[in-house]
Design a protein around this ligand. Structure first.
Ligand SMILES: [Ca+2]
Ligand SMILES: [Ca+2]
Length: 532
């Protein structure tokens, strides 16, 4: 381009000069030649091109030499100059064109860059505006914070509901109602060697209630899978679920059935108790052992407190193995603890009037002295429970998960909610042990991504030695409860809509002839659940 033009110009110039030097003016040998054309190669001698040798046959000329034609030097120089100027002009034009092209290119690039910068500026402004209008993020003092929560709101219809008040407890007998069953907020701390948890619960089961649900502080030794896997050893102190069986420790937000089985609600009411726990796993083995106060949240007299210094020892040893689409969880559990019979204060002697003839007047025979009674001390009694659980989960690609599980409970004087045990010989106590037996089997089936159905049958006998008095005779009786729960759930990542029908069987009713019979108590319930 420009460079080549310059080189060409220089070549022309040097060639021209060489030719001018080789043929000085006045030389006879070289005739006048036309100026080399612009296409002449550099270095080509113009003299060689014009030498004409004499023809061999001609006679030698002996006369005076004709004067050579005069060489027009000025014309030659003018031609040379014109040629040089043309070359320079061409080179300049070529350079100018190249420069113009360069300038045009640069201008286009600059425009493009400017447009890019403007666009980036707009994006930055939009991002800044969005950030300014965004909701505040959760701040935490430590890394590893987790925040989850859910709401379970129920609408239930129960056959045994009556628009009456229970005289003993003062609670309404009507259970056809809307209810916030659980509204939980849970914050967790998850570090390599330290873990923590705080869970709060709100509900309207017995009126508006806000309470602590879980609180744990843990030290842990991570297993081979690191922080996310099961720790080799984790030592926890705080408020946590009683580590017995499967159902007690199952998360409420995972369970398909609205409530746990009757046995679980009798033996471990409320699930949570305060204590210390060691738990962990190695490969497929799982273990958990805890010492707890022995008075769970749902216990009636001293929930989450401890009226005696003995602690309840409870633990579970099990396996959790997965092979392809099949997962098996199984374990044995045991509990040994100490319950308390509440003592009574001393009473003074009193008079009692019993209007036996119902005339509204005091007759001397209706007055009766009631002697005072000394205070009765509280009495401890032992209690224990054993359990086994098995759960099999099979995942099929299209259908989803099929889960079959069951659990068996055998216990003595462990009931703390439905038929509380009190085997001591104190006044007002039952005076004998209750042997409790309960079990359930359940199956759940996913039907695609958004539908799950399930059925569960559970049985609970709070007193296997129950007797009944009929026509003056004591006869064996049953105090058992059984429930068939049928449930269907519509689920999405953020929540579930669950419909459940419970067919309850009990022995709380009496026939007209006085024989214990079923008290109609079926329940239909709808639950809306939202979770994050
Ligand atoms: Ca205790
Ligand atoms: Ca009377």
């Amino acid at each position: 381009m420009g460079l080549r033009g310059l080189v060409l110009t220089l070549g022309v110039l040097t060639g021209g000069r060489a030719w001018a030097q080789a043929t000085p003016p006045g030389e006879t040998q070289a005739p006048a030649v036309p100026a080399p054309t612009a296409g002449a190669k550099k270095g080509e001698s113009p003299a060689a091109a014009v030498s004409v040798p004499p023809s061999p046959g001609s006679a030698p000329y002996v006369g005076p030499q004709p004067a050579p034609p005069p060489i027009d030097v000025e014309a030659l120089r003018a031609a040379e100059r014109a040629e040089r100027e043309a070359a320079v002009r061409a080179a300049r034009e070529e350079a100018e064109a190249s420069l113009n092209a360069e300038i045009f290119l640069r201008a286009a690039e600059t425009a493009e860059l400017r447009a890019t910068v403007e666009s980036l500026k707009e994006q930055a402004a939009a991002a800044a505006k969005a950030a300014a209008e965004a909701p505040p993020s959760v701040r935490a003092a430590r890394l590893g914070l987790g925040l989850t929560g859910y709401v379970q709101a129920d609408l239930a219809f129960r056959q045994s509901s009556e628009d009456q008040i229970n005289g003993a407890t003062g609670n309404p007998l009507n259970e056809d109602r809307f209810m916030i069953r659980r509204a939980r907020l849970r914050a967790t701390l998850d570090r390599t060697y330290v873990a923590g948890l705080l869970e709060l619960d709100g509900n309207t089961v017995n009126g508006p209630t806000a309470r602590i649900a879980g609180a744990e502080a843990s030290l842990r030794l991570p297993g081979p899978d690191g922080d996310r896997g099961v720790p080799l050893l984790m030592a926890t102190i705080g408020l946590f679920k009683i580590p017995f069986g499967w159902e007690v420790i199952e998360s409420d937000r995972d369970r398909l059935f609205l409530e746990r089985s009757t046995t679980e609600r009798a033996l471990f009411p409320g699930e949570y108790d305060v204590g210390a726990r060691l738990q962990g796993g190695w490969r497929f083995l799982r273990y958990s052992v805890a010492a707890q106060n022995g008075e769970p949240v749902g216990e009636r007299s001293f929930p989450l407190r401890d009226p005696n210094h003995q602690k309840d020892w409870v633990g579970r040893l099990g396996v959790d193995a997965a092979d392809g689409p099949v997962q098996v969880v199984a374990g044995f559990s045991g509990l040994y603890g100490t319950g308390l019979h509440k003592g009574t204060p001393a009473t003074k002697p009193t008079f009692q009037w019993n209007d036996s003839n119902e005339d509204g007047a005091i007759d001397p025979t209706e007055l009766r002295p009631v002697p005072g009674r000394a205070a009765q001390p509280s009495i401890n009694f032992p209690r224990h429970g054993l359990g086994g659980d098995l759960r099999i989960v099979v995942t099929t690609p299209r259908l989803g998960r099929t889960t079959a599980y069951g659990e068996l409970y055998y216990a003595r004087d462990l009931d703390r909610a439905i038929l509380p045990a009190d085997p001591t010989g104190a006044i007002g106590a039952v005076g004998r042990s209750y042997r409790e037996l309960g079990w359930y089997v359940a199956i759940m089936q996913d039907l695609g991504e958004h539908l799950t159905v399930g059925a569960r049958y559970d049985y609970y006998d709070p007193d296997r030695d129950a007797r009944d008095s009929q026509v003056g005779m004591v006869v064996p009786s049953s105090a058992s409860y059984s429930t068939l729960a049928l449930v269907g759930a519509l689920r999405a990542p953020g929540g579930r809509l669950i419909v459940e029908y419970d067919i309850n069987r009990n022995h709380l009713g009496r026939t007209v002839s006085g024989v214990p019979t079923n008290l109609k108590d079926n329940v239909f319930a709808i639950r809306g659940e939202a979770s994050f």
